[in-house]
Design a protein around this ligand. Structure first.
Ligand SMILES: C[S@@+](CC[C@H](N)C(=O)[O-])C[C@H]1O[C@@H](n2cnc3c(N)ncnc32)[C@H](O)[C@@H]1O
Length: 217
C-alpha cells in the first residue's frame, strides 16, 4: 500500500494548534506586535508551532551552545533560548537593528536576554569569528536562502557529533519542485546537497514551511 501524506487543511491546522500547548503571553504578544507593526515582513516569523518545536528540540537534546542565522523580531531565538536553559548560550546573527530591537525587548521580558548574544552584520562574517572546533549543539538557519548551502558548510564542521542543524523553509511553499529564481534555487540546491551529505542523517519535518532536522553523525 502506498503511504498517503496528510493534507493539512486550514481546519486541521486549527485543530493541531488547539491541541498543542498554546503560546504563553510573551510569545502571543510578540506575534501580535510583529503582525501589527511589521505587516509586510511578519510572514518571515516562524510559525507558533515551529517555535514550540524548536524549544522542545533544544530541551530534549540538552543543547547548551547554539547559533541562529536570521533573528528578525526574535521568536525562534526566544524559543531556542528557553530550551537551552539558564546556563545555555545562543549567538544570533541578523543584519537589521529595526527588527532585532523588537527581539531584544521580548528577550528581556522573558528573562533570557543574558543567554543571547546578538550580532548585527552579514551572517557569513559572524560565523567566521566562531571557534572552528566542534562546539555547537544546535544550529538554526533561517535567513538569506541563496546562502543556505554556504551557511551549512561553514557551520556543520563546528557542530559536535550528535548535534542538530535545523533549517527553515525547506519546502519553500512548494517552489522547490519548480525553482524559478535564485532564492528558489538556493533552497532546492541546499536540499539536494544536504540529503547527499554523508556527515549527517536528516529528516524534513513538514511543520510550517518545512524544517530540515539534521543530526551530525
Ligand atoms: C525569515 S527572517 C528570520 C525569522 C526569525 N527566525 C523568527 O523566528 O522570527 C530572516 C532574517 O534574516 C535577516 N537576514 C537577511 N540576510 C541576512 C544576512 N546576510 N545575514 C544575517 N541576517 C540576514 C533578515 O534581516 C531577517 O530578519
Amino acid at each position: 500500500m502506498t503511504y498517503k501524506p496528510l493534507n493539512l487543511t486550514p481546519e486541521l491546522h486549527e485543530y493541531l494548534l488547539a491541541h498543542s500547548t498554546p503560546p504563553d503571553p510573551i510569545i502571543a504578544d510578540l506575534i501580535a506586535e510583529t503582525r501589527q507593526n511589521l505587516p509586510e515582513a511578519a510572514g518571515m516569523q516562524v510559525a507558533p508551532e515551529q517555535a514550540a518545536f524548536l524549544k522542545m528540540l533544544a530541551t530534549v537534546t540538552g543543547a547548551k551552545r547554539a547559533v541562529e542565522i536570521g533573528t528578525f523580531t526574535g521568536l525562534s531565538a526566544l524559543a531556542i533560548a528557553r530550551g537551552l536553559g539558564a546556563d545555555g548560550r545562543l549567538n544570533c546573527y541578523d543584519i537589521s537593528t529595526e527588527f532585532t530591537d523588537i527581539a531584544r525587548r521580548y528577550w528581556a521580558r522573558a528573562g533570557v536576554d543574558d543567554r543571547i548574544e546578538l550580532r548585527i552584520g552579514p551572517a557569513a562574517d559572524s560565523i567566521r569569528d566562531l571557534p572552528e572546533d566542534e562546539h555547537l549543539d544546535l544550529v538554526f538557519i533561517d535567513a538569506d536562502k541563496e546562502n543556505y548551502t554556504n551557511y551549512w558548510n561553514a557551520l556543520l564542521p563546528r557542530v559536535r557529533k550528535g548535534g542538530l542543524v535545523l533549517v527553515d523553509n525547506v519546502l519553500w511553499s512548494g517552489r522547490v519542485l519548480d525553482p524559478q529564481n535564485d532564492r528558489d534555487r538556493g533552497v532546492a540546491d541546499f536540499n539536494a546537497a544536504a540529503v547527499g551529505d554523508p556527515r549527517v542523517e536528516l529528516v524534513i519535518v513538514p511543520i510550517g514551511d518545512g524544517i530540515t532536522m539534521a543530526r551530525k553523525k
